[in-house]
Design a binder for this molecule. Structure first.
Ligand SMILES: *Cc1c(COP(=O)(O)O)cnc(C)c1O
Length: 390
């Protein structure tokens, strides 16, 4: 079904369908099937030998529920193609193993799981992996010494919300014959579309904002049909597909992604502004605040500033832990992007394995708390923080 290109993302995702339903249901049924029946051997061979398109076996990536989800995911990032995965790490690992084999150069701070994958697994496979601090961006060109490398980064980054210039990095990478992959999980496709800024591959942990209710694990890659094709082969043979049931649940979540994202943005801004006024908060990390380091860049490349922010509590690690323990509306839990607000202390969770010195170098102070601002009433979130900071 062809859709006018000029429709907005909310219209497109709500009306995302690959087939008309025989019974007039506005949404597709869930195709909980692993296999597909053929009329005869000739028809089966037509599909096997690729003369006609057809479903054969769900793990191969051919399932109507999963393919409909992928059509919606591609549209959200204005990409030609999308692949759905069983987790964000499945999407990231298949992408790195496909397009990172000539070497990977990482810029800035990365999600802990991605760092483990790069350091413990990619390097063990003999892949040349290099890490640059955000401040070392000037070295990028010299690290892309052979063509066909992959530049990999996150913006906004975890947990300091640091902003990297997607267009500037893509320009350098492309000049050196490298591809660019951006983990866009923190922003969500409603607030930032890296492909429009020059990125080649966009990754999401759909477990976060895309799923949005902390009830499913999934991942996604959005890219060109050409770059997706070899990744799909890894996905097939590593067995990284999500179930049709999860795909349908994720498709349902995507219909409210635009409206959820707007409210996440609004609530996070209100919480950030309130925390900036608080005498016991020494710093607020939120791209929407004019006082924030990356604010001007964020304004250029994002259309909203997201639901993630970090605060630095006066008094260090124990003072921050005491605040986290006293919060009642914010739940003390890792992860992010759900309708419920969460708090976590990076020095005790995601960045626990780093030395204090390394944490400070990354702007992660002892008293830092990371907030995933949910969809509760903003005044209740602010009141909760005020009572916990007393
Ligand atoms: C959670 C997360 C991942 C990993 O996603 P899973 O769905 O847990 O596998 C990757 N990148 C970022 C930025 C994340 O927040």
């Amino acid at each position: 079904m062809t859709k006018p290109d000029n429709q907005g993302p909310a219209t497109r995702i709500i009306h995302n369908r690959r087939h008309e339903d025989a019974f007039g249901s506005p949404y597709s049924p869930v195709y909980n099937t692993t296999t597909y029946r053929f009329e005869n051997t000739a028809a089966l061979l037509d599909v096997i030998e690729k003369r006609t398109e057809g479903n054969l076996y769900t793990r191969w990536g051919t399932n109507p529920s999963i393919n409909e989800l992928e059509q919606g995911l591609a549209g959200l990032e204005q990409a030609e193609a999308a692949l759905a995965f069983a987790s964000g790490m499945a999407a990231i690992s298949a992408t790195l193993l496909t397009h990172g084999r000539n070497g990977i150069v990482c810029v800035g701070d990365l999600y802990g799981g991605t760092q483990e994958l790069l350091k413990n697994h990619c390097m063990a496979l003999g892949i040349d992996v290099q890490f640059l601090f955000r401040e070392e961006l000037a070295q990028l060109e010299s690290r892309l010494d052979v063509p066909g490398k992959l530049v990999y980064f996150e913006t906004p980054a975890n947990p300091n919300l640091a902003i990297l210039d997607i267009r500037a990095i893509a320009d350098i990478a492309h000049r050196c014959g490298a591809l660019v992959a951006v983990d866009n999980t923190f922003a969500s496709p409603i607030n930032q579309n890296p492909i429009n800024l020059g990125a080649d591959l966009v990754l999401h942990s759909a477990t976060k904002y895309l799923g949005g209710h902390s009830d499913l694990t999934a991942g996604a890659l959005m890219t060109t049909a050409e770059l997706a094709k070899p990744v799909a082969a890894w996905r097939k043979n590593l067995g990284q597909l999500l179930s049709p049931e999860t795909a349908a649940l994720l498709s349902r979540s995507l219909r409210t992604l635009p409206v959820r994202t707007r409210q996440h943005n609004e609530n996070a801004m209100a919480v950030a502004e309130a925390m900036e006024q608080h005498p016991k908060i020494t710093k607020v990390f939120y791209p929407g605040l004019p006082s924030f380091d990356g604010h001007e860049l964020a304004k250029q490349q994002m259309t909203g500033f997201g639901g993630m922010l970090s605060i630095e509590v006066e008094g260090g690690q124990q003072a921050a832990a005491a605040v986290a323990d006293k919060l009642r509306v914010f739940l003390l839990a890792t992860s992010l992007g759900g309708v419920e607000s969460l708090v976590s202390q990076p020095s005790a969770t995601s960045h626990h394995s780093l030395s204090r010195e390394e944490r400070l170098k990354r702007g992660i102070g002892d008293g830092m708390l990371r907030l995933s601002v949910g969809l509760e009433d903003a005044q209740d979130l602010i009141a909760d923080l005020h009572q916990a900071l007393k």
